[in-house]
Design a protein around this ligand. Structure first.
Ligand code: FMN
Ligand code: SF4
Ligand code: SF4
Length: 254
């Protein structure tokens, strides 16, 4: 979506899958660049490897960053401002940002999942607009103010301060392996965004390490249904959070 918006303005973007970073690869950043970096909102925050990537990549002088987050209609927490702050700390100028409404990945088993059609055409148009704004800000040399991206809903701020990836890891168990069902194909390890899965033993079986961010990607991708996660409580729990946070379910650009 963003690439299309940039292409309309004659700007070519290069895609870098962050899974390459979590597996140890870092692209060269020798010249000024504009880094678009996206994170899902997990438990009110960005995933840890996104901010780590910004820091590891560094910012050649004169570089810009446009962070964006994908959220599931519960709350964007403080994810966008944390990514923006990571970019400022690394030495980037802030070029803009976005909170993009998506379907909630924890509800993938639900037939009537809210926001199943998001991001929709309107969201895509907003992201294309953001691409134009970012290009203009860079051309005139006027950065975006991080203040505009701050979370302002008090109850969300309170919840974000009390929640973290580490705390979520204590609340949500890792997916469990049904070893008898596993055929050792390794697809889960390839797909894992956090490089948290290693195949060990003979026959090789996947083991989930401490880097797991509880995305349940391994549960969804396994062709044998060998990774198990009890998601039965998710719809009710998320509905109560939506009721509590009252964050308007929309895509916003800055
Ligand atoms: C472990 C976990 C925690 C999540 N926490 C939030 C949250 O705090 N607020 C929210 O709106 N969505 C939350 N989501 C939904 C994702 O942000 C949303 O689905 C987004 O599109 C990322 O999808 P992905 O998990 O497919 O990368 C969470 C999803 C997962 C798996
Ligand atoms: S994708 Fe499923 S079958 Fe393949 S290694 Fe992972 S758990 Fe086993
Ligand atoms: S839930 Fe599975 S795919 Fe997601 S981070 Fe953990 S091990 Fe990786």
């Amino acid at each position: 979506m963003i690439r299309d918006g940039l292409a309309e303005r004659g700007v070519e973007a290069e895609l870098f899958d962050l899974r390459r970073y979590t597996r140890g690869e870092l692209p060269a950043a020798d010249e000024p660049l504009c880094l678009w970096i996206g994170s899902p909102v997990y438990a009110q925050h960005p995933v840890p490897y996104c901010a780590a990537f910004i820091k590891a990549l560094g910012a050649p002088e004169g570089s810009w960053c446009a962070p964006f987050v994908a959220w599931g209609g519960v709350s964007t927490g403080v994810a966008l401002e944390e990514l923006g702050q990571a970019a400022l700390d690394a030495g980037y100028n802030l070029a803009g940002g976005a909170r993009v409404l998506c379907a909630h990945s924890n509800l993938w088993r639900e037939a009537d999942r809210p926001h199943d059609d998001r991001p929709n055409a309107q969201d895509k148009a907003l992201l294309a607009e953001l691409a134009g704004t970012v290009v203009e800000r860079i051309e005139v040399g006027e950065p975006c103010d991080i203040e505009s991206m701050r979370q302002r809903i008090p109850v969300v701020l309170e919840a974000s301060a009390q929640m973290s990836m580490d705390k979520m890891r204590t609340m949500i168990p890792k997916p469990e392996l049904d070893a008898a069902a596993c055929i050792g194909c390794g697809l889960c390890a390839e797909e894992c965004p956090a490089a948290a899965i290693t195949l060990e033993g003979e026959p090789p079986l996947p083991h989930i390490g401490p880097a797991c961010v509880r995305c349940r990607g391994c549960v969804r991708v396994c062709p044998e249904g060998a990774f198990l996660a009890d998601m039965s409580g998710a719809p009710k729990h998320l509905a109560s959070l939506i009721e509590r946070f009252q964050e308007p379910a929309e895509t916003t650009i800055y």
